[in-house]
Design a protein around this ligand. Sequence first.
Ligand SMILES: [Cu+2]
Length: 227
Amino acid sequence: MTVSLSLRLNVRTAHEEGTTNQNRRLTIGGVSCEFSKTECLRHLSVEHPRNFKLENNMKKIAVLFGVVLTISSLAIAAEQKESSKEDSSKVAATAEHKIISPSEMTWVDAPPGLPPGAKIAVLDGDPNKKGPFTIRLQSPDGYKVAPHTHPSTERVTVISGTFHLGTGDKFDEAAGREMSAGSFGVMPAGMKHFAWVTGDTVVQIHGEGPFQIKYVNPADDPRNAKR
Ligand SMILES: [Cu+2]
């Protein structure tokens, strides 16, 4: 079994010269032989076992190296495929170039999960779907949002007016922080927080959709209010 494998390996690695199949010059491990290929291999394995063994070991190392190289290449290729998949999903969500001036924004009533009186404008993506989104929320003076959480991170940038943000499960103005125009805040997914505004205020909210709101106290949820 071992011998036949060795011979087969050497048929491939031997350096061949000559014009016919019957009579060729074979060079294995620096030793030449001028018989038929099979005879040469037999001759060299008996007469020059050291060279024969050397040639074989080199071939085995080459085969092993080739296998390792192939596995690494496959792993790298798989990784690259995975990262390009991630990149393409990001590109798909923001592929469309656009510039929207404030006068071009379309304002509609805020969804029923927010207290009535506010308006939103969707600038990018769709807050109801999976993927990145950017919206603006316009709320009148005194507008309040009771303690709540979101399943994904909420990022707030104050555009105009004054926003106030506090963390915890009880609405407490003393625990809130004032955010003037230009301020930025992050609410990690699941963190309980509440907000209110002074003066008509516009904030920009961006994050990963779907953007959902869950009130700490269900009685605070405007969706549960009797209409
Ligand atoms: Cu929130």
